[in-house]
Design a protein around this ligand. Structure first.
Ligand SMILES: Nc1ncnc2c1ncn2[C@@H]1O[C@H](COP(=O)(O)OP(=O)(O)OP(=O)(O)O)[C@@H](O)[C@H]1O
Ligand SMILES: [Mg+2]
Length: 323
């Protein structure tokens, strides 16, 4: 399999002609336990139900639990057979689920954190993800802002941020978005010959009037308009899409609008509001029974809320779907 020499170039080098072009959805959010896996797996179930071939990749290598959320036993095949070279074809690790058109690639059980994998393995994984044969590939990410988690987040076509209305979750979501913003700049600065300029601006943020991350982009545009405009284009592909999980009130639901406004002001990047999911005890009841929510509690209000999110994600591609 072709691997990527330079992570900063991986998209252009791997998503070339001939390779399948699955739509990649990354589900991140910074904080642990906010519902990233719940959202990833349920979006997967609904997209598959709409007729899209879907693969969920459990990128939470240290604590993989996509199989549990899907109500499946841990499969024999997983990520690590590919990483260790025992499995040449990454897609061969994709196992079927009880839902037609939905497969998943499990994390392994040997507690190797994504944070600890080598750059070489990371680039092999990214290349392999780009070659998956599916309409949608969903990346369920781990908590935190490790660079490899950010790279998996940034490699996607759509960037979902999951957060709950808790102040700690909001704080971590901003931290994650900020880390993704700077990681994105880092990825392109060398390509655009901006390394020295960015380093000199960031060496003296106050003197250079860098109060919020967006100021860095403005400053670069002022100092080097041509490269700055290129960078701006790359940055605008990064559009956060917010899902507020475990909402209990209208105020909780509206939180997405204020996060979106702050994102625009702080990062100069638009943040869409993809939807919200109410807090529902049915989630943990279903989990305890190791059954997907929609099979165990199809009357949960979450059904319509997840469906709305899945429809939004699917809408640009609905022609492909069977129904
Ligand atoms: N809408 C909801 N209502 C009630 N409980 C929920 C809801 N969403 C998630 N949960 C519960 O929150 C817990 C954490 O969810 P989940 O494992 O999806 O989070 P995570 O962000 O993937 O966590 P980690 O970072 O550890 O992987 C689970 O026990 C799940 O049952
Ligand atoms: Mg998880």
């Amino acid at each position: 399999m072709k691997t990527v020499a330079n992570l900063s170039d991986y998209k252009s080098t791997t998503r070339g002609t001939g390779s399948p072009s699955s739509i990649i959805l990354a589900v991140g959010g910074g904080k642990g336990g906010v519902g990233k896996s719940f959202l990833s797996t349920n979006i997967g179930i609904f997209l598959a139900n709409m007729g899209f071939n879907t693969i969920i990749v459990d990128c939470d290598l240290g604590a993989p639990n996509v199989h549990t959320c899907l109500g499946e036993a841990p499969p024999k095949l997983n990520f690590h057979q590919f990483l260790s070279g025992r499995l040449e074809n990454f897609e061969a690790a994709a196992v079927a689920t009880q839902f037609a058109k939905l497969r998943f690639i499990a994390g392994g059980n040997d507690h190797q954190e994504l944070a600890n994998i080598t750059i070489h393995d990371q680039s092999r994984l990214m290349s392999a993800i780009y070659t998956l044969n599916a309409d949608f590939t969903i990346l369920d990410l781990s908590a935190g802002t490790h660079t490899s988690t950010l790279d998996f987040f940034l490699m996607a076509d759509r960037h979902l941020i999951t957060l709950t209305p808790d102040p700690t979750s909001i704080e971590n979501a901003y931290r994650f978005m900020k880390a993704a913003f700077f990681r994105r700049i880092k990825r392109f600065e060398r390509q655009l010959g901006l390394e020295a300029l960015v380093a000199s601006i960031m060496a003296e943020p106050e003197k250079n009037e860098i109060r919020v991350p967006a100021d860095l982009l403005s400053r670069i545009l002022k100092e080097n308009p041509e490269a700055g405009r290129e960078l701006e284009k790359f940055m605008h592909h990064l559009r956060f899409e917010l899902v507020i999980n475990q909402t209990r009130s209208t105020k909780d639901v509206q939180l997405a609008n204020s996060v979106s406004t702050v994102s625009k002001k702080y990062f100069g990047l638009p943040a869409g509001v993809l939807g919200h999911l109410d807090y529902d005890n049915a989630v943990w009841h279903a989990l305890r029974k190791r059954r997907p929510l929609i099979l165990e509690f199809p009357n949960s209000p979450l059904y319509a809320q997840i469906l709305a999110i899945a429809r939004d994600l699917a809408s640009p591609h609905l022609k492909k779907a069977v129904i």
